[in-house]
Write a protein that binds this ligand. Structure first.
Ligand SMILES: *Cc1c(COP(=O)(O)O)cnc(C)c1O
Length: 240
């Protein structure tokens, strides 16, 4: 076994049970059914050995935020071994490349990008599973539909051919204040409830919660948490 693979495997042996426990405790505290929150292991910026260790540990949902890195990892491990989640900002001109390798795109952050995805789907291809990313914090550095106009724009997005909108995604602001975090997650859940109630077939997934805020996100209704640091440690930077 390569030494890097060994390092990642040993780390996961420690961290994965802890993260799974943390999720289970938060599900229970939030009155959520056990097993209702999916763990997406964010392998971005980590080397191929990290992905290999994750797969060996039975993690089947992986998150990446750069097209080139996602392609390199899918090329090495294939599409069948895991669900590949694109969670980072996607440039329109790279749409086609992402669709070739990602199973789910969490980061559809504008109508322009949604149109681009819709028109780049080749006839006869399956629907592309996407989530609409919402900027729930109002921070300019964050991507996504602004909360004020999100309902109308995402309802429009949901009508585009070729897309299956399975739900919404957000990133909370970088703060420790629990009330601020909770309010970002609550506003995503409320938006989801209105969209599900008024747009036929709109999906109920809520992709929210990272290493620092997963408990609060689960309490507020998350169905998918995207966890990197708590599983794999600090990110070293990917080179290939
Ligand atoms: C990096 C990243 C994560 C994981 O963050 P951690 O704090 O390491 O758990 C989750 N979501 C997105 C969109 C990311 O870019």
């Amino acid at each position: 076994m390569s030494s890097l693979l060994k390092i990642y495997s040993e780390r996961l042996a420690e961290t994965l049970p802890r993260v799974r426990d943390q999720i289970a405790i938060a599900e229970e505290a939030g009155g959520r059914p056990s097993g209702s929150v999916k763990l997406i292991a964010v392998t971005k910026s980590h080397p191929l050995e990290c992905v290999e260790a994750a797969l060996v540990a039975g993690l089947e949902d992986l998150g990446e935020n750069r097209v080139e890195e996602l392609e390199a990892k899918v090329e090495r491990f294939g599409t069948g071994c895991a669900q590949w989640n694109m969670i980072g900002h996607l440039q329109s001109r790279k749409t086609r490349r992402v669709l070739a390798v990602a199973d789910v795109v969490h980061s559809v952050d504008s109508l322009k990008l949604a149109h681009k995805i819709s028109t780049s789907i080749i006839e006869g291809e399956d629907l592309v599973e996407v989530l609409a990313q919402v900027n729930t914090s109002g921070e300019e550095s964050k991507g996504g539909f602004m909360i004020e106009s999100a309902f109308d724009e995402i309802a429009e997005l949901a009508e585009l051919p070729g897309l299956r909108v399975s739900g919404l995604m957000t990133m909370a602001p970088f703060v420790d204040d629990e009330a601020v975090l909770a309010s970002a997650f609550t506003s995503l859940r409320r938006l989801s409830e209105s969209l599900v109630a008024s747009v036929d077939g709109f999906g109920t997934e809520l992709s929210m919660g990272m290493t620092n805020d997963l408990d609060i996100a689960i309490r507020e209704g998350s169905t998918m948490v995207r966890i990197g640091t708590a599983l794999f440690g600090p990110r070293p930077g990917y080179t290939a």
